[in-house]
Design a protein. Structure first.
Length: 261
């Protein structure tokens, strides 16, 4: 596995990869959900590139950026075990050099839900994804179902800019207790983690109801949601929600109809 840290090194490494290339963008703190993305990319492509970059442009809260879990040595071990060919782990100034001023805005897909709760978040997501797509030139890029609105944003930019790649969505991976795997789960104290289980339980109750939003809200057991809403991915409809447990914000969703692909 080759680790590169500059755009020039990434371009050189990309030239050495033959056949279809799969791209898995990550911000590190890798867990089994990321492994599912990497393994799916490995099965469907001849080579896999993973980005390892905590993107400051998608954080509106300086504290959230500062406390985001980081362990590069751990992440590189997992990437190598998963068969990744190239890891792109740049410093922020490599992607956003002095004087950087070009940003990508996606309108409807980025409005409401996460876009409302985290102003500017999807501008950062869309911009960094486009840069990665242009640098890596993947045949396919892989994202998790848990970040469902992010999927709609990325699909919109790929469609609108006629980019020659497929956006693949991999189902959410959960712990045995039902909590969706997230890099932020490590920030939860034991009592907070127990409270966090109210989120997947409420979503499951909503999915079993004729009124998913109302049923999920009624089942949150004291958790105060940023939102509970139905999200249309085009090929599927999801019941999505976000809650805060102490200082940690968690998102999750469940399938209502259709098929994630």
């Amino acid at each position: 596995m080759k680790v590169v840290r500059t755009v020039a090194e990434l371009r050189e490494a990309r030239q050495e990869l033959a056949g279809d290339v799969g791209l898995v963008p990550t911000m590190g703190a890798l867990h089994a959900g990321h492994v599912a993305l990497l393994e799916t990319a490995g099965r469907e492509n001849d080579a896999v590139v993973m980005s390892l970059f905590v993107n400051p442009a998608q954080f509106g809260d300086a504290h959230d950026l500062a406390t985001y879990p980081r362990d590069e040595a751990h992440d590189l071990r997992i990437a190598e075990q998963a068969g990744v060919d190239v890891v792109f782990a740049p410093p922020a100034e490599e992607l956003y050099p002095a004087g950087y001023q070009t940003w990508l805005e996606v309108e409807d897909a980025a409005s409401g839900l996460e876009g409302e709760a985290r102003p500017g978040h999807f501008r950062g997501v869309a911009t960094v994804c486009l840069k990665l797509f242009l640098l890596v030139r993947p045949a396919r890029a892989y994202f998790g179902q848990k970040d469902a609105q992010q999927v709609t944003v990325v699909r919109a930019l790929v469609h609108d800019l006629a980019l020659p790649l497929a956006v693949r969505v991999v189902p959410t991976v959960r712990d045995e207790d039902g909590l969706a795997l997230s890099s932020r789960n490590v920030l939860l104290a034991p009592a907070e983690r127990e409270r966090a289980l109210g989120l997947p339980r409420a979503l499951a109750a909503g999915a079993a109801s004729s009124d998913p939003v109302a049923a999920a809200r009624a089942s949150l057991n004291g958790l105060d949601p940023d939102y509970v809403a139905v999200l249309d991915l085009g090929d599927a409809k999801l019941l999505a929600a976000a809650v805060r447990i102490g200082s940690t914000r968690l998102i999750d969703n469940v399938l209502l109809e259709g098929e994630i692909r």
